[in-house]
Design a protein around this ligand. Structure first.
Ligand code: SF4
Length: 327
């Protein structure tokens, strides 16, 4: 299968300045720090990690909504890393985003139909009746009654608002969508409906997704591949089945134990991750996870681990594997 997205050594540093007049550059927040990833055509890569680990920044860098500091982004065989803003315009049609908070991402003063059709207006696609037809078609596609097109966002439930956000993202027939925690702000009962909708749309429209979440249980059913991110770096990457059959990085293992099991008779495996992640402005030396890792050993605080292949297509960045130690 061919890759729709390839990113190579991608970095995004946000500079920190001190002083009002002189504005001295005193450091950087290393939100994304040397990420290599690829996403195959018509597949979903689930990207998981705690809040603040750089997942959303990575998604926005791929879309060129924010400028990467270094690295390369190849989209559909074309290097888009240094395209100028006017060259990005056409690209916007192919790459879209669904935001986390449907409440905040929809203009409260615009009716649903207007929100969904806005990208068509911006790109001046079709005439009035053509746009009207397209809006109806998009609403049906995401499970909304087109008769609701004149209603305002506050008249919809959380799940319906997210369906409006999905319909808007689909308006320009994109190839690739960054789904930035699209279900995190929704009730658990609604989350599965939206995940199922995304899955159906993917099959129907041949879409490619980067699906960002902080919870592995959310991405499990929709993802073909899973990448785990910690403090700006990918620490484990594998096809979903292999990932869950053999979760290998100590951070992944702790993340899995942090998922509460809704069964009082289940074995007591639940063990939430302790402490907050260190600041990406001053990441720990060596392995960035060493300050919280239950398996750290001698070289971990000094030498940064590099990703190693532990089985076909399964990479892990941890000294336990690069040094052949199994614990
Ligand atoms: Fe833990 Fe060391 Fe592996 Fe980092 S390299 S995850 S500290 S064992």
């Amino acid at each position: 299968m061919t890759n729709l997205i390839e990113i190579k050594q991608l970095k995004k540093y946000f500079p920190i300045y001190r002083g009002v007049l002189l504005r001295r550059h005193v450091g950087d927040v290393r939100a994304v720090d040397g990420v290599d990833l690829s996403i195959q055509q018509s597949s979903t890569l689930g990207l998981v990690g705690e809040s603040g680990c750089g997942k959303s920044t990575l998604g926005r860098c791929i879309l060129r909504l924010i400028e990467p500091t270094e690295g390369k982004i190849i989209f559909d065989g074309r290097d888009i890393t240094s395209l100028k803003s006017h060259e990005l315009r056409d690209l916007r049609r192919d790459m879209q985003i669904v935001f986390q908070d449907p409440q905040a991402s929809l203009n409260p003063r615009m009716a649903a139909g207007k929100i969904i059709g806005e990208p068509l207006d911006v790109f001046k696609l079709g005439d009035k009746s053509g746009r009207h037809e397209k809006i109806n078609e998009l609403m049906e596609m995401v499970g909304l009654d087109p008769a609701m097109a004149s209603r305002y966002p506050h008249e919809f439930s959380g799940g319906q608002k997210q369906r409006i956000g999905v319909a808007r993202a689909l308006a320009l027939n994109p190839k690739f969508i960054v789904c930035d925690e699209p279900v995190s702000a929704l009730d658990v009962s609604i989350q599965a409906q939206i995940v199922n909708l995304m899955q159906e749309l993917q099959e129907k429209l041949n879409l490619t997704f980067l699906f960002i979440a902080h919870d592995l249980s959310v991405v499990r059913h929709i993802s073909d591949w899973i990448a785990v991110m910690y403090l700006g770096q990918i620490v484990e990457l594998a096809p979903t089945e292999m990932f869950f059959a053999n979760p290998s990085h100590p951070y992944t293992q702790v993340l899995l134990k942090s998922i509460p099991i809704p069964d009082p008779d289940a074995p007591a495996e639940y063990a939430p991750l302790k402490g907050d992640p260190p600041s990406p402005a001053a990441p720990p030396s060596g392995c960035r996870f060493h300050t919280r890792c239950p398996k750290r050993f001698e070289p971990c605080d000094k030498i940064p681990p590099v990703p190693v292949l532990i089985e076909n297509n399964h990479t892990v960045a941890c000294h336990l594997y690069s040094r052949g130690i199994t614990k």
